[in-house]
Design a protein. Sequence first.
Length: 294
Amino acid sequence: MTAFQGHLDRGVTTLARCWAVIRRDGTVFGYTDHDGPLTFEGITFKADSGMTARAIVSATGLSVDNSEAMGALSDVAITEADIEAGRFDGAEVKAWLVNWADVEMRSLRFAGSIGELRRAGGAFHAELRGLTEMLNQPQGRVYQTPCAAILGDGRCRFDLNAHGFFAEVAVEAIEEGRRFLFDDMATFEPAWFERGRLRMMTGAAQGLVGMVKRDRFVGAQRQIEVWEAFRTDIASGDLVRIEAGCDKRFDTCRSKFSNALNYQGFPDIPGDDWLVSTPVRSGQSSGGSLRRDV
């Protein structure tokens, strides 16, 4: 940083801006406004991408830094199909000011993620949100009856690779991009995958994930429907992984997953009726648990 500041203090500089976009699937894109490609941190920043970025707005305090990236849609860079499929939603973004004559002299000027992303006239406009955007999200633990963990995460600790809790099958038929039809999946109980995840393993939609809205049988055929239609083509024969769902209830955690010790809710919290309850002469008043099934 001292060497970079010395370069700035000279008055005559050889500076360029570089941006890196890291999608959630690990794919990395690099861009620069220099007239030739630059390489550092294992990323090659291409000069012919047609991507530009407005001045980054930074502020003191906890206000959110923001900027906007713009560029022309290109088959070799950011494609309209990838944007439409949601592959860039929430992607990580970094921006540097770089001495193109010596890329070891550089300064990270922005780190954040892509917010709103829109397309118009053969180009894209991506809102960039700084790291302080995370402070706008609810933090801390919420005291509530349902479980606050996500099935399989570090708090839940359930192994989603356990036998009987996932299925990897080929797509047989699909309707409206959201309703998957299978003729040979009768080994799982009805609604077993409801509230679970459906992950595309192969095909044009590889890496995309949908949340299961409904899992039911219509005759002998199993229908698994996701909440939001996949915005890219899915073909018969594409492999999908479907994971069991959890409705966040204590009884489900105990009976379906045998994971009651890791339950992250408070099933004994009094309900709204407790607020208007009145004393009685008989009955248990010890202050102990009222549950009879533990």
